[in-house]
Design a protein around this ligand. Structure first.
Ligand code: NAP
Length: 357
């Protein structure tokens, strides 16, 4: 059993803990937080041992009725792998804590690439993380782009990627973020930082990205134009993407016309927290003009990196190869929406919009 500690139990940390707990070859040794808020109570209810991320705050947990198993140093000492899920920038500060106990550590995409030996996406460069002491699971957007680039590059060769990322202003619980009523080029300068981040996975890739932020919390939406190195058809690209386990090609006729309905769909399907671990590519949007491929995809920022963290743990501990790990993670989490999983595919009943709309 690989003993995993999770430092930071927020949006990403709580999902990582649950995903690790679902693995037959892993266990959660404990989770660390700075304060005994509702998430701390949830963690304890789920059976995770609670550690104080800031030792002086340990008594606050006791005051709130939460038994503390120890301080974060003890968790780090006890774990085979630490997954750092603290807010951007704190992970880099925690790096010396993990190295001082010789505990391999995974960092998240909010950290710069220099925080770790390897930037990681399971589909694209699993083997680069084999046996590594430090790995950074790239951001939600970079994960979403990498999962598309990998098969396209392998199958057709990629000459150039141009992506416009329409990003959610904040996660549903981030009530201090915005915009509330605006559409922000973000960053205003072009290209955005996302392209260089994708290059931490594909160093030779030609990619330019532009970013916006909009008043939404549910998902990001990417508009992609990829110039391929060989002639293709839209049908062939679609078939290729349908063969990718972490890409859901949204079938026509389900009425899944936006992020809101996708989230509803995930909740109706009984997904925990309404999570969509897969890239959601609109099948109808896949279009080809010469060697230029166009498509839209939605990315659930809170959850697409979760299976990647699980695979990163196996890569670092060299306990499975890429194919084995991805398959096990997919199976245990229930990843892989294919075709019409509801069996409900009647375009008249779901009211598909016609072309004049
Ligand atoms: N949310 C996303 O959409 C998303 C997607 C992909 C990647 N990421 C990346 O994942 C990382 C975590 O983001 P998040 O969205 O999960 O943040 P979050 O929701 O704010 O959660 C961070 C957690 O860390 C805890 N924390 C704060 N300071 C800490 C410290 N010094 N030591 C230990 N725990 C501490 C907070 O707990 P307390 O309440 O106890 O302070 C909170 O539970 C970031 O690098 C982010 O860029 C986020």
């Amino acid at each position: 059993m690989i003993r995993v500690g999770v430092n930071g139990y927020g949006t990403i940390g709580k999902r990582v803990a649950d995903a690790v707990a679902a693995q037959p070859d892993m266990e959660v040794v404990g989770v660390a937080k700075t304060q005994p808020n509702f998430e701390a109570h949830t963690a304890v209810e789920r059976g995770y041992s609670m550690y104080a991320a800031i030792p002086e705050r340990a008594p606050l947990f006791g005051d709130a009725g939460i038994d503390v198993a120890g301080v974060v140093d003890e968790l780090v000492a006890d774990a085979d792998v630490m997954v750092d899920c603290t807010p951007s920038g704190i992970g880099a500060e925690n790096r010396s804590l993990y190295t001082s106990y010789d505990t391999p550590a995974i960092f998240q995409g909010g950290e710069g690439s220099e925080v770790a030996q390897v930037s990681f996406n399971a589909r694209s460069n699993y083997d680069d993380a084999r046996g590594a002491d430090t790995v950074r699971v790239v951001s939600c957007n970079t994960t979403g782009l990498s999962r598309l680039v990998a098969p396209l590059d392998e199958e057709y060769g990629v000459e150039k990627v141009r992506a416009t990322l329409v990003r959610r202003g904040g996660d549903p619980s981030q009530n201090s973020r915005g915009p509330i009523n605006d559409i922000l080029p973000d960053p205003i300068s072009i290209p955005s930082h996302h392209g260089p981040d994708v290059k931490t996975i594909f160093p030779d890739l030609a990619i330019d990205t532009m970013g916006l932020k909009v008043p939404a919390t549910l998902m990001h939406v990417h508009a992609l134009n990829v110039t391929l190195e060989s002639d293709v058809t839209a049908a062939h690209v679609r078939q290729l993407l349908e063969g990718e386990s972490r890409v859901y090609v949204i079938p026509e006729g389900l009425g899944l016309d936006g992020a809101g309905k996708l989230k509803d769909f995930a909740l109706d399907a009984g997904r925990p927290r309404g999570d969509l671990w897969e890239n959601c590519v609109w099948g109808e949007s896949i279009a080809v003009e010469g060697r230029d491929l166009y498509l839209f995809q939605a990315i659930h920022q809170e959850s697409d990196v979760i299976p990647e963290n699980v695979d990163a743990i196996r890569a670092m501990t060299e306990s499975a190869d890429a194919e084995e790990s991805i398959a096990r993670t997919n199976e245990t989490l229930g990843i892989g929406l294919a075709g019409d999983p509801t069996g409900f595919n009647d375009s008249e009943r779901v009211g598909v919009e016609t072309a004049d709309d």
